[in-house]
Design a protein around this ligand. Structure first.
Ligand SMILES: [Fe+2]
Length: 160
């Protein structure tokens, strides 16, 4: 469904940008749930620090979700945040239910953050090709912050 708008982007551009945004919205919703999965289930000697780290990662991703969904609606399309859509459309690896210790959760979340970051970075160029510089800028913002969150998570796995 497309809503009419006074926005000065063609229907074609708005539709293609929305399709691109929707794909990354499903990924971001999956990633958001994965960060909570880590937040709730991590165990071990660094429990409290990692419990808090994973919640702060979750909070950042929650902002990505809102940015992506609201760009879709700004463009006159419907943002689909249904869990059934997320489950069917997410490009990310499934989160390992058996993860327990800090290292297992750090590696699982780092893997998903790295995969998401790669997809979002690719989306920057795709949005430029579509002809929507603002969506490309939004992806750039999310890409930069995803890289930072990946650093926060990976720093716990690096000793030198
Ligand atoms: Fe909590």
């Amino acid at each position: 469904m497309t809503y009419t708008s006074r926005i000065d982007l063609s229907e074609h551009v708005r539709k293609n940008a929305s399709t691109l945004l929707q794909a990354r919205l499903s990924d971001a919703l999956d990633l958001e749930a994965q960060a909570k999965q880590a937040h709730w289930n991590v165990k071990g000697p660094h429990f409290l620090q990692l419990h808090q780290l994973f919640d702060s990662v979750h909070d950042e991703i929650e902002q990505f979700v809102d940015l992506l969904a609201e760009r879709i609606t700004t463009l006159g399309h419907v943002a689909d945040g249904r869990v059934t859509t997320t489950a069917a459309a997410s490009s990310l690896y499934g989160y390992p239910l058996e993860a327990s210790g800090g290292e297992a959760h750090l590696k699982a979340l780092a893997g998903s953050l790295g995969e998401f970051g790669k997809l979002v970075r690719t989306a920057i160029g795709e949005a430029e090709e579509i002809g929507d510089a603002d969506t490309a800028d939004l992806f750039t913002q999310i890409s930069r912050e995803t890289d930072k969150q990946l650093w926060f998570v990976e720093a716990h796995l690096q000793s030198h």
